[in-house]
Design a binder for this molecule. Structure first.
Ligand SMILES: Nc1ncnc2c1ncn2[C@@H]1O[C@H](COP(=O)(O)OP(=O)(O)O)[C@@H](O)[C@H]1O
Ligand SMILES: O=C(CO)[C@@H](O)[C@@H](O)COP(=O)(O)O
Length: 555
C-alpha cells in the first residue's frame, strides 16, 4: 500500500498544502488559500512597518487547503501518514495558558498586538538595539554570537518586548508566546501540555538565541536586565527544542474530524519556510539555496567538523539541525527582494489608481478589463525594456534596503536610496537599477559567507522570482559570477515539509535519503556571461560606494 504525506507551507500572503507520494515525491494535489483579512490590509500599518496577521486567516487556510488536497488526491485517509508545517519566521504570536491564540479570546479579537507579528514587521527596532547593546556590554556571554552577532527587529525577543511595552492588556493576558510554526503544529496535535510541547529547533536557534552552549534560551539574569517581563516569560517558554524529523504528536480528534483524516496521522515538529524549501530543493553540503520571493532567505548546510566553534559574522544564525538534522544550518537573507520591485510597481501605479481607474470616462467593465491587462503586462513590459538597455548606457545606482538590511550585518533602520539619475532616466532604467540592487545585495551575502570561510560550490534558486524572472536570474548569475540552477517545484517549501513529514513517520531513515527520493528536480540553469562580468563589477562598486555613504549618514 502506498504512503502519502502532506506539507503545509505558510507564506507571507497565502498558505499552500501539497499531498505527496512518499515513494517519489510526486505531487498528487495542491491547494492555495490567500489570507482574507491580510489581503484587505487589516491590522497593518505600512507607514510604521506594522504587519500583523489574524490567526483566523491561518486556521481557515489550514482547513480549506488540507481538505482540498485530501479530496482532490482521492486517497484513503489511513494512507496519509503524516503532516509537517512550515511558516515564515520569526513570526511570534501570544497565546493563553491553554494554548489559545490571544486574538481568538474575548476582548482581543481586533487587537493587532494580540495577533501574529509577521517576520517583516519592524516596529521593534528600538528593542532590537537594546538587546544588541546589552548583549555586547553586560559582562557575560554574548547571546547573539550564533545569530551573526546582531539581533534583528525581525526576531522573537525584540517583537515580544515591543508588544509587551506597548500593550499592558496583551502583556497580562499572554501566558506564553509561540512561533507561528509551533502554534499551527500545536493546534493539530493531541497532547495539549504546553510545557512539554516540542518547539522548533529551527525557529528557536535562528531567532530566539537558543543554544546548547548556554543550555537553551538566554538565562533569566540576562533577560531581566532587558525587562522583568521577559524573565517571567522565560519560565513559560521552553528548554528543549526539536528538529523536524521528530514527531510532535498525533492528529487530535477535533482536527481529524474537521479535515476528514484519522488520529493515526502523525504531526512532525514545525519549521521555517526557507529551511524546508532548501530540503525540497535537495540541499547538500556547500550548496547555497536562495529562496527568492518577497524577501530572500539564503540557506547553507555545513558539517560540525568544518564549522566547529567558528561563528559567522553578520548572518541570521548557524543552528545545529535547522535544515538537516546532524548538520549546521546557516541562514542569511535580504528583507526585500521581490518587494523592492513590488514597491516600484505600486509607486508607478499611482496615476492608474487615482486618475485612470477612478475616471468617469471608463465604464466599470472597462476598468476591470483594463486593470487585468495592466496587471498581466506591467512587470513583463518593464522587464523587457529594462533588459534591452545596454550596460554601457547610464544606469542609476540603487540600494535594495527598502525594508532595511537583514544581512550581512542586520540594520533594519537603513533605507534605500537611488543615485545617478538624469533627465534621460526613464522607468525601465530605474527598474534595471532596482534589479541590479537586489542582485548586488545578494552578492554581499555570498561574499560574506566566503570571507568567513564557508565554501559555496553551487547555487540553487527557488521561489516566485527564481521561477518567473529569467532576467533577474541571468543578472544574478552575472553578478555572483556563478551558475544558478532553478528547482522545478512551484512549492519547494511545502515539498520540503512533506519530506520532513515522511522522515518523522519512519518512511525514510533520515532527511538526506528522503530528499534524494522526494526532492525537486531542476528545470533550468543560468550561467555567467563572461562579456558582462566586468560591467557588473563596476556597477557593483558604485552600489558599494552608495551603500557605504548612506550607512554613514543614517542615524
Ligand atoms: N516576473 C517577476 N519579476 C520580478 N518579480 C516578480 C515577478 N513575479 C513575481 N515577482 C515578485 O515576487 C514576489 C512574490 O514571490 P513569491 O515567491 O511568489 O511569494 P512569497 O515570497 O510570499 O512566498 C513579489 O514581491 C513580486 O513582486
Ligand atoms: O525569514 C524567514 C525565515 O527565516 C522567512 O520566513 C521570511 O523571509 C519570509 O519568507 P517569504 O518572503 O514569505 O518567502
Amino acid at each position: 500500500m502506498k504512503n502519502y504525506v502532506i506539507g503545509l507551507d505558510y507564506g507571507s500572503d497565502s498558505v499552500r498544502a501539497v499531498l505527496i507520494d512518499t515513494e517519489n515525491g510526486q505531487e498528487l494535489a495542491s491547494d492555495v488559500c490567500h489570507y482574507k483579512r491580510w489581503g484587505n490590509k487589516e491590522y497593518c500599518n505600512a507607514s510604521i512597518n506594522q504587519f500583523r496577521q489574524h490567526p483566523l486567516d491561518h486556521i481557515e487556510g489550514l482547513e480549506s487547503t488540507i481538505k482540498a488536497v485530501v479530496a482532490a488526491g482521492k486517497v484513503d485517509p489511513s494512507q496519509i501518514k503524516s503532516i509537517c508545517i512550515d511558516t515564515t519566521g520569526s513570526s511570534p504570536i501570544p497565546v493563553t495558558a491553554d494554548g489559545t491564540p490571544l486574538a481568538l479570546t474575548k476582548g482581543f479579537e481586533h487587537n493587532p498586538n494580540a495577533m501574529m507579528v509577521l517576520w517583516k514587521d519592524h516596529t521593534a527596532i528600538n528593542e532590537a538595539n537594546e538587546i544588541n547593546e546589552l548583549s555586547a556590554n553586560w559582562g557575560g556571554e554574548n547571546f547573539t554570537k550564533y545569530e551573526g552577532g546582531i539581533y534583528s527587529s525581525e526576531w522573537f525577543w525584540a517583537k515580544i518586548l515591543h508588544v509587551a511595552r506597548e500593550d499592558e492588556a496583551v502583556k497580562n493576558a499572554a501566558h506564553t508566546w509561540m512561533e507561528h510554526c509551533d502554534l499551527m503544529t500545536y493546534l493539530l496535535i493531541d497532547d495539549k501540555d504546553l510545557k512539554s510541547f516540542k518547539r522548533s529547533r529551527c525557529a528557536a536557534g535562528h531567532k530566539a538565541m537558543w543554544h546548547e552552549d548556554w543550555n537553551g534560551l538566554p538565562p533569566v539574569e540576562f533577560l531581566e536586565k532587558l525587562d522583568p517581563y521577559l524573565a517571567t516569560l522565560r519560565g513559560n517558554l521552553y528548554d528543549e527544542t526539536y528538529t523536524s524529523d521528530v514527531v510532535a504528536g498525533n492528529l487530535n480528534q477535533e482536527w481529524a474530524t474537521r479535515l476528514g483524516l484519522t488520529t493515526d496521522t502523525i504531526i512532525a515538529v514545525g519549521t521555517f519556510d526557507a529551511h524546508s524549501g532548501a530540503v525540497g530543493a535537495k540541499i547538500d553540503e556547500n550548496t547555497l539555496v536562495r529562496v527568492m520571493g518577497t524577501s530572500t532567505c539564503d540557506i547553507l548546510v555545513s558539517t560540525k567538523e568544518i564549522i566547529g566553534t567558528k561563528t559567522v559574522k553578520g548572518i541570521c544564525g548557524q543552528v545545529d539541525g535547522s535544515v538537516i538534522p546532524g548538520y549546521i544550518g546557516l541562514e542569511a537573507g535580504q528583507s526585500a527582494f521581490g518587494d523592492v520591485l513590488a514597491w516600484f510597481k505600486e509607486t508607478l501605479s499611482w496615476p492608474l489608481d487615482n486618475l485612470v481607474y477612478t475616471s468617469n470616462l471608463l465604464s466599470d467593465e472597462q476598468k476591470v478589463q483594463l486593470k487585468a491587462e495592466v496587471e498581466s503586462n506591467f512587470i513583463k513590459t518593464l522587464t523587457q525594456q529594462a533588459e534591452a538597455i545596454p550596460l554601457s548606457e547610464s544606469i542609476p545606482t540603487a540600494l535594495d534596503w527598502v525594508n532595511g538590511r537583514r544581512t550581512p550585518d542586520a540594520n533594519q533602520g537603513l533605507k534605500s536610496a537611488i543615485s545617478n539619475i538624469s533627465l534621460g532616466t526613464k522607468a525601465p532604467h530605474l527598474f534595471k537599477a532596482l534589479i541590479n540592487s537586489i542582485c548586488f545585495g545578494s552578492k554581499k551575502i555570498v561574499d560574506r559567507f566566503e570571507e568567513e570561510g564557508v565554501r559555496i560550490d553551487s547555487v540553487i534558486g527557488i521561489g516566485g522570482v527564481a521561477r518567473k524572472s529569467p532576467f533577474i536570474m541571468q543578472t544574478l548569475a552575472n553578478v555572483l559570477n556563478k551558475p544558478i540552477k532553478v528547482a522545478a517545484s512551484d512549492q519547494a517549501p511545502a515539498l520540503g515539509a512533506a519530506i520532513y513529514a515522511a522522515v518523522a513517520a519512519g518512511i525514510y531513515p533520515n532527511v538526506i535519503e528522503a530528499s534524494k527520493k522526494m526532492g525537486s528536480d531542476f528545470e533550468s540553469e543560468y550561467f555567467p556571461e563572461s562579456d558582462k562580468i566586468e560591467a557588473y563589477q563596476e556597477l557593483m562598486d558604485s552600489y558599494s560606494d552608495l551603500a557605504q555613504f548612506i550607512e554613514s549618514i543614517t542615524k
